[in-house]
Design a protein around this ligand. Structure first.
Ligand SMILES: C[S@@+](CC[C@H](N)C(=O)[O-])C[C@H]1O[C@@H](n2cnc3c(N)ncnc32)[C@H](O)[C@@H]1O
Length: 416
């Protein structure tokens, strides 16, 4: 179907010049005043795009580039046969070389900070922000230590189409750690399973969990910090096989060591670890502040809290609180508490205005913020700026190569 000049409908095909990258794994194009978010393309390309979805109130359209008329530098052959228009939705940038992928992520970060924190990040930090490879990453493939395969009605394992519940049966996943496929998960699915999770922990053997009925074991993860931060040493933590853990094998130690470097916790200090999961930041902070200090880890999930309690049991100066962060921080402020340091690692939605206000009221000398969404981080940096805290450093990591996702670590200090 070829579209008329004005009304584009789902299935319409148009030729467009592709503009800048936008947050979410697509680029912006315009057609007779309408905004299209086009996947599978690059800024500067000319493509034929097919409309896949009309956004709310028709304010924008989503589209897939199905034919490249003029390619931009950085375009490569997709290494994965399951990636592309209408196929697996797991990766956004398989058609882009790694250096160009990181440049796209950098552009997204700069744009989000400009829009949501009113901050020219380059001018503010006095340097360019680069999106760094996570140490140990080789070619952006084979890094994913946790994969959830869906199972279709015929019992075939696969991955979801973009923005869809449809399942694309696959025979490989190139971003998965090769040990994921080594479990034989794509060949043997038990009848009745709706999904199957494969977890490759850093300690012990890979684990396969059939959803909904398979047992969910506990796995162990080692965070090798000794070479990076000698006073901390390696951490080893238990985590439910389906619980939260950073999926790139180099990620946890990179983020923990970055936070420790910036916060420089001192013996005797009091620290908060918010959205603590199974307590990886709390464990590192506990070793630095020592028994004269105090660490409070706050986590909402029951299972994660139980694991955090086990992981931190040997450090009597750590308290693990199961609660929502907004409620727990409100309580601390009402009690007139103060702390020396805060680490927060919220989910994609970020911390929000009230939590940021309460963090500032606790008067920490530094805040370490670990974020998986540059938009939420930028917004919260804006809220913290209103409360007298300034962004003093930021690093961005390509913890999810081939996808549009990334991880950022930021540090804020009281505004002088
Ligand atoms: C991105 S994970 C970080 C976990 C941990 N810091 C780590 O690095 O392994 C976010 C955690 O926040 C928890 N969480 C989400 N919303 C929460 C809330 N409102 N209050 C408390 N915990 C929350 C989730 O259960 C999850 O464990």
């Amino acid at each position: 179907m070829t579209a008329g000049a004005d009304e584009l409908v789902v299935g319409a095909s148009v030729e467009v010049e592709v503009g800048p990258v936008a947050h979410g794994g697509h680029c912006v194009a315009r057609h007779h005043g309408q905004v299209l978010f086009v996947r599978h393309t690059l800024p500067g390309e000319r493509v034929r795009a097919v409309v896949t979805e009309i956004g709310p109130r028709g304010r924008f359209l989503r589209a897939d580039a199905v034919e490249v008329l003029e390619a931009a530098p950085g375009r490569v052959e997709r290494p994965c046969p399951w990636s592309g228009p209408g196929l697996c939705g797991g990766c956004d940038w398989q058609h882009v070389d790694l250096t160009a992928q990181r440049a796209l992520k950098r552009a997204v970060i700069l744009e989000q900070f400009s829009r949501l924190a009113d901050l020219d990040l380059t001018a503010h930090l006095g340097r360019e922000v680069e999106v760094e490879a996570v140490p140990g990453d080789r070619d952006g493939l084979g890094w994913r230590t946790r994969v959830e395969f869906a199972v279709d009605q015929d019992g075939r394992p696969g991955l979801r189409r973009h923005r869809s519940h449809d399942i694309v049966p696959v025979d490989t996943c190139l971003i998965a750690d090769p040990r994921v496929l080594g479990t034989g998960v794509l060949e043997t699915i038990h009848p009745g399973s709706t999904a199957v999770d494969v977890i490759v922990p850093s300690v012990g053997e890979p684990v396969v969990v059939e959803v909904p009925d398979g047992p969910v074991p506990v796995v162990r993860e080692r965070v090798a910090l000794s070479a990076l931060t000698p006073p901390v040493g390696d951490l080893e933590l238990e985590v439910s096989a389906r619980g939260f853990w950073q999926v790139h094998p180099g990620a946890a130690r990179t983020f923990v060591s970055t936070v420790l470097d910036w916060l420089a916790p001192q013996p005797g200090e009091r620290a908060l670890d918010l959205y603590a999961g199974v307590g990886v930041f709390a464990a590192a902070l506990a070793r630095r502040v020592g028994p004269q200090g105090m660490v409070t880890a706050i986590e909402g999930d029951r299972v994660a809290t139980e694991h955090a309690r086990d992981n931190l049991a040997a450090s009597g100066w750590v308290e693990v609180v199961r609660d929502r962060v907004d409620r727990a921080t409100r309580r601390l402020v009402r009690a007139g508490s103060t702390v020396d340091l805060v680490v927060l690692d919220p989910p994609r939605t970020g911390a929000g205005r009230q939590v940021c206000r309460d963090l500032a009221a606790l008067r920490p000398r530094a805040i370490g913020y670990v974020a998986c969404d540059p938009a939420a981080l930028a917004r919260d940096v804006g809220y913290l700026a209103e409360q007298g805290y300034t962004l003093t450093d930021l690093r961005a990591f390509d913890a999810f190569p081939m996808t549009h996702h990334m991880e950022l670590v930021a540090v804020l200090h009281p505004t002088p």
